[in-house]
Design a protein around this ligand. Structure first.
Ligand SMILES: Nc1ncnc2c1ncn2[C@@H]1O[C@H](COP(=O)(O)OP(=O)(O)O)[C@@H](O)[C@H]1O
Length: 190
């Protein structure tokens, strides 16, 4: 089983690249942002728990997110592997994943970060907000909160995975195809 964690700031292009990578490597794509949005739209219990946090650009509490993620993983017992997109986003979540995966005989294979400057990313998010209907992309204040959350809670994961020799970074600026190529060359060399 190959498990890839796609890592990057909001707007770095994780979702876009995940679409290509999941096809190429036959992986199950799990985007916590997408799963939360689905639950919000359908007003499920989970959606109700996540809504205020998401609307404010804050992270949803770890217990809620991790329980949801584990449920999703368990739905795919026969997969060739997972492409985690948006999870883990905190050290607690990374530890939870490192505890859970061995229970299904697996582990994180590698983490790949898509790197780009904040200025470019904020502009991308505001552009996406015009058409995506995502409330958290339409308001600069909420975008700012998401970057703060990233810097405080998610950035420390770089060190966490470096210590395990599982951290790789690629330049997230270029055409979609160029970036896919950079990512596939990392995965093919794992
Ligand atoms: N692993 C997670 N832990 C906590 N909250 C999360 C997680 N993944 C997604 N969320 C919630 O969903 C929102 C949108 O997620 P996502 O689409 O991945 O965002 P972005 O485009 O900002 O990277 C986040 O701002 C957060 O509220």
């Amino acid at each position: 089983m190959i498990n890839i964690v796609l890592f990057g700031k909001p707007g770095a292009g994780k979702g876009t690249q995940a679409e290509f990578l999941k096809e190429k490597y036959n992986l199950t794509h799990l985007s916590t942002g997408d799963i939360f949005r689905f639950n919000l739209k359908n007003d499920t219990e989970l959606g109700k728990k996540a809504r205020v946090f998401m609307d404010n650009g804050e992270l949803v509490p770890c217990e809620v997110t991790t329980a949801m993620l584990i449920d999703e993983v368990k739905k795919h017992p026969d997969t060739a592997g997972f492409l985690f997109d948006g999870y883990p986003r905190t050290i607690d979540q990374a530890e939870a994943l490192d505890k859970f995966l061995p229970t299904i005989g697996s582990s994180v294979t590698a983490t790949i970060a898509l790197e780009a400057d904040d200025e470019i990313l904020v502009a991308r998010l505001l552009e996406r907000g015009k058409t995506s209907g995502r409330a958290d992309d339409q308001d600069e204040e909420k975008i700012r909160v998401r970057y703060q959350e990233y810097n405080e809670k998610t950035a420390p994961l770089i060190g966490y995975y470096k210590e395990q020799n599982k951290f790789h970074a690629v330049d997230g600026i270029g055409t979609i195809e160029q970036i896919t190529e950079r990512l596939t060359s990392v995965i093919d060399n794992l």
